[in-house]
Design a protein around this ligand. Structure first.
Ligand SMILES: Nc1ccn([C@@H]2O[C@H](COP(=O)(O)OP(=O)(O)OP(=O)(O)O)[C@@H](O)[C@H]2O)c(=O)n1
Ligand SMILES: C[C@](O)(CO)[C@H](O)COP(=O)(O)O
Length: 377
């Protein structure tokens, strides 16, 4: 359930913040795409700000997010939106993940761990340690003073998804909605409702991440935009043995092309080479699955034809695209800059599809391979 019923008062734009475009697409699209691509997820239901469901339906149709079954209107508060989400589900028992639409940087690892945890626990919450000391402020003359400094080692910051067996979260919400005191002291998240109304159900904690931030204030838009343009594992070294059995298509004839093909083959990849300007769609269709695409002749419309053709394949495989900005060309300098800009734009746009895009400026086959595996570039 993608909870998107808010208006984004704190961000302060005249449209709900989940429709604001960052990293090349609306925030809510990043979030929908994540769940749509997650193998553990069967169905996605979106609860959107009243009056804005048509915009989300258009995003879903344009992006072809086939797991989205419904786009419904949310309620007046986050908890009311959750309540509506629960009412929209049938009687059949299932696992439910409730996720803030405005946390578009959730890693697939967290979805996997949450779903796995639900096989042993009826309630699961994602949380991270607090890197700040947290204070309890108490009113005092002229302002506030520190009332308490809780032991930080026991404090966690709650994130989403918050995950439950349907019967558990539904029962907790039924009790909350029947409690006349709930409206005066509402919970601030879904797990809080379980804690208060079904205290016998332990809420198991799964490790979240700093990256899984919530876009709440204007500055978060800039931070999230930047993060969306960085690959999730930017700093992580990659093991080249992952290339075994992968399919790589190389277009054009960069000086290092043959050496790269040999290197890839030595790690067990199946390498297919195509001449510069070869019809990319036709070439890739003949391969079936494609894990990595290398365009070394981006002077042909600065690589966009190959990129366009490669996108559906790389989206399926979670692979990568490498562009070479140093193509020999009459307008080499201008073309190179355009290729680098294209790579940066695609990296942002495709991050949510799990595709990495890198760019090299000539160099060696070794450097190209590192870039292809997301280590540099
Ligand atoms: N009536 C509401 C209010 C919030 N949310 C969702 O809950 C998530 C977290 O809420 P928050 O960051 O508070 O979003 P807004 O309520 O939109 O922001 P603000 O409080 O600044 O208005 C968001 O994905 C938001 O769309 C919701 O589904 N229904
Ligand atoms: C659910 C939540 O994201 C967990 O941190 C948070 O409590 C939502 O709070 P908000 O004030 O509705 O943004």
């Amino acid at each position: 359930m993608v909870l998107a019923g808010g208006v984004g008062r704190r961000v302060g734009m005249n449209t709900p913040k989940q429709l604001v475009e960052i990293g090349g697409r609306p925030i809510i699209e990043h979030t929908i795409a994540l769940f749509d691509a997650a193998p553990e997820i069967d169905e996605v239901i979106v609860l959107m700000t009243p009056g804005h469901t048509a915009e989300v339906e258009a995003i879903v149709a344009r992006g072809g997010y086939g797991k989205v079954s419904r786009v419904l209107e949310g309620g007046a508060s986050r908890l009311e939106t959750t309540w509506r989400a629960l009412q929209a589900l049938g009687d059949e028992e299932c696992d439910v993940l409730l996720h803030d639409a405005v946390r578009p940087l959730l890693e697939p690892r967290i979805i996997t761990e949450c779903v796995r945890a639900l096989s042993a626990h009826r309630a699961v919450e994602v949380a991270i340690p607090s890197s700040d000391t947290v204070l309890v402020a108490v009113p005092a003359e002229g302002g506030e003073v520190v009332g308490d400094v809780p032991d930080r080692t026991r404090l966690r910051r709650a994130q989403t998804p918050q995950c439950f067996r349907l019967s558990v979260i539904r029962q907790a919400f039924e009790r909350a909605m029947a409690d006349p005191g709930f409206a005066d002291r509402p919970a601030t998240d879904d797990a809080g409702v379980v804690l208060r109304y079904l205290p016998e159900v332990p809420v198991f904690l799964v490790a979240g991440s700093e990256r899984n931030m919530k876009v709440t204030h204007p500055i978060d838009l800039a931070i999230a935009d930047r993060l969306l343009r960085l690959p999730a594992e930017a700093a992580g070294a990659r093991d080249r043995s992952v290339l075994a059995g992968r399919t790589v298509a190389i277009f054009g004839a960069a000086p290092w092309g043959s050496e790269l093909a040999e290197l890839l083959s030595s790690y067990g990849a199946a390498v297919h080479r195509f001449a510069a300007g070869a019809p990319a769609e036709e070439a890739l269709a003949g391969l079936g699955r494609v894990d990595h695409v290398v365009e070394t002749a981006p002077g042909d419309l600065v690589g966009s034809a190959v990129a366009r053709a490669a996108h559906p394949y790389l989206r399926k495989s979670g692979g990568s695209l490498l562009l070479d900005a140093a193509a020999e060309h009459d307008l080499a300098a201008a073309t190179g800059a355009a290729v680098a800009a294209l790579a940066e734009a695609l990296a942002g746009e495709w991050a949510a599809d799990g595709i990495e895009v890198a760019c090299v400026n000539g160099g060696t086959a070794e450097a190209a391979l590192d870039a292809l595996l997301g280590q540099k570039g």
